[in-house]
Write a protein that binds this ligand. Structure first.
Ligand code: DX5
Ligand code: ZN
Length: 219
């Protein structure tokens, strides 16, 4: 069953000094979600933002807020992100011993539950918990920074996952995050990923609204 395609710009590389305006620009460009790359400086060697930024943006847009928690002990944070207004909360398989229980908690908080893998983590690390999630985020760069080079093997991972979900009758979104541009977006979509996270290719473009619209024209 083909999944609806969605563009989720990552605000990691946006102009944080003018975040409110950037959000309006993304709305104009046709963004479907806003992606927040939350980093704790431990799970990944970078430190970004937390629930207060999500809450501030929640007041400025109707777009669903998609929070990607690249953090250790995600159990400690899911409630704060739900309270801040998250639509979806994605945790990392490598950061929790009980992903299924955490997915249940995230859903009980009224949010969609996502799970993500670093590129080096085998896909079968999801096997025991896949059915408890609404979305799988395949990292197509090593998490931590925007503007990195797309890892081509990510396409095979998406294809295999889409086959597995279809075989199991699981209606799961597959999201891909990192190194996606206008040149490779079509093959990312063809691999079975239906939610694209794009940061640099939108925010470093001459006209971010136009760039977002160009991605949407590929959907
Ligand atoms: C890495 C981040 C990036 C960001 C988007 O941890 O998650 O993948 O969202 O990256 P670019 O700028 O490559 O689109
Ligand atoms: Zn992300």
């Amino acid at each position: 069953m083909p999944k609806i395609r969605k563009l989720a710009p990552s605000i990691l590389n946006s102009d944080l000094l003018r975040l409110g305006e950037q959000v309006k620009i993304l709305e104009r460009g046709g963004a479907d979600w806003l992606h927040f790359d939350v980093m704790d400086g431990h799970f990944v060697p970078n430190l970004t933002f937390g629930p207060p930024v999500v809450a501030a943006i929640k007041g400025a847009t109707q777009l669903p807020l998609d929070c990607h928690l690249m953090v250790n002990d995600p159990e400690k944070f899911v409630e704060d992100f739900a309270r801040a207004g998250a639509f979806s909360i994605t945790i990392h398989r490598e950061a929790t011993n009980d992903p299924a229980a955490l997915a249940r908690r995230i859903r009980a908080l009224g949010c969609r539950a996502g799970i993500s893998l670093r590129p080096a983590t085998p896909m079968d690390a999801l096997d025991a918990c896949l059915s408890g999630f609404d979305m799988v985020l395949i990292m197509s760069v090593n998490p931590g920074f925007g503007g990195q080079k797309f890892i081509p093997e990510s396409l095979d991972r998406a294809r295999a996952l889409r086959r597995k979900c279809d075989g199991l009758g699981l209606d799961i979104d597959i999201q891909m995050d990192g190194g996606i541009g206008l040149r490779n977006a079509a093959e990312v979509l063809a691999s079975g990923a239906n939610v694209l996270v794009v940061g640099t290719a939108i925010f470093k473009a001459e006209d971010p609204a136009m760039a977002a619209a160009q991605f949407k024209a590929l959907f």
